[in-house]
Design a protein around this ligand. Structure first.
Ligand code: SD4
Length: 327
């Protein structure tokens, strides 16, 4: 006679719970072998010092979430990077409005858009994730929240940024979507427990229309993390990245079995399909980190895009130029 679960319960007996747990785990398990090695990747060569901070934290046993937050804070505070955080590029009206988002291995996320006067928008995004029931705050609401959480209101608009903006006003040589006008840091990390997190932060397109929001603070286009599959993030013309929900698309393509590089290339291809005549004007770069540690990337324009990798083999970081659509 077959013994049913009901019969066992009636007898005051239970099925071995370990067997039950194993089954549930198997149903949800990642299809990829969880890599034993920690890894950090981020967009552009200016990711090297940001990766270094993240790597230091990972080596000390920090979570990927702490690593990516602290990592991109390096870039946010760096006046040499004129497209992220402090000394970032102004909008058409001369205001510095910052966008950022963060996502962890549990699928939790936080985001800010159009945030002024705050040095570290990524930490405000994390505070929204951890201390509110919301995902995204924008503009004055985001600023009020940041101040209420103790973030100092600072002047992060530099004389240099104002001079660049005045220069642009005079010449208006650089159109708002030109490649030299934008560069975001997007960072992905895998920690010693094999958990993934990502962060993305930018001042957005230089001289953008006031109120314009790009892909970088948007969970889906600018950043996506699925702890069973992998993570992806983006840099480049946000409008084009939003149209294909780039980072989410890449993670879903990896779920279907595509390699990280091929998934990034497919996302670029979809942008080409939507912009058959203008894609050569679009700077785009995607990076992806799969659960098992495999990385991949792809760019749009003639080898312009590069990204930074830091791991046990490259503890000081290395800059990699991925293939691009136009070469
Ligand atoms: C945006 N994606 O605001 C950002 C800008 C950028 O490389 O990444 N530049 O559209």
């Amino acid at each position: 006679m077959k013994i049913s679960r009901r019969m066992l319960l009636a007898l005051g007996l239970t099925l071995p719970t370990s067997g039950l747990k194993t089954k549930i785990f198997e149903q949800n398990a990642s299809p990829f072998t969880v890599g034993s090695s920690m890894k950090v990747i981020s967009t552009w060569p200016f990711g090297i010092p940001a990766n270094a901070r993240a790597w230091q934290l990972l080596q000390n046993g920090s979570t990927a979430l702490d690593a990516v937050e602290q990592g991109v804070k390096v870039t946010e505070a760096d006046p040499e990077v004129t497209s992220v955080g402090y000394n970032g590029s102004l909008d058409r009206d001369g205001r510095l409005t910052l966008d950022a988002c963060i996502m962890d291995h549990r699928g939790m996320c936080g985001s800010v858009a159009g945030l002024e006067h705050i040095m570290h928008p990524i930490s405000v995004a994390r505070a929204i994730m951890e201390r509110t029931p919301h995902v995204m705050l924008v503009g004055s609401g985001a600023l009020d929240f940041a101040i209420s959480e103790g973030f100092p209101k600072e002047n992060i608009v530099t004389d240099d940024a104002i001079a660049r903006w005045r220069n642009w006003q005079k010449s208006q040589k650089a159109p708002p979507l030109s490649p030299e006008n934008h560069d975001t840091i997007g960072m992905l990390a895998i920690d010693s427990s094999g958990n993934l997190s990502g962060a993305c932060t930018t001042s957005g397109l230089s001289y953008k229309l006031p109120g314009r929001v790009g892909d970088s603070p948007l969970i889906g286009p600018g950043l996506y993390v699925d702890n069973e599959i992998g993570a992806a993030t983006a840099t480049g013309v946000g409008e084009a990245i939003i149209r294909v929900v780039g980072s989410f698309l890449i993670v879903e393509l990896m779920r279907q079995g595509m390699k990280p590089k091929d998934a990034c290339k497919e996302a670029v291809k979809r942008i080409v399909n939507i912009h058959p005549k203008t894609h050569s004007q679009l700077q785009i770069g995607f990076i992806a980190l799969r659960k098992d540690g495999e990385i991949g990337a792809f760019g749009m324009r003639n080898n312009e895009f590069s990204y930074s990798l830091t791991d046990a083999k490259n503890p000081n970081g290395t800059v990699i130029k991925p293939e691009s659509w136009l070469s």
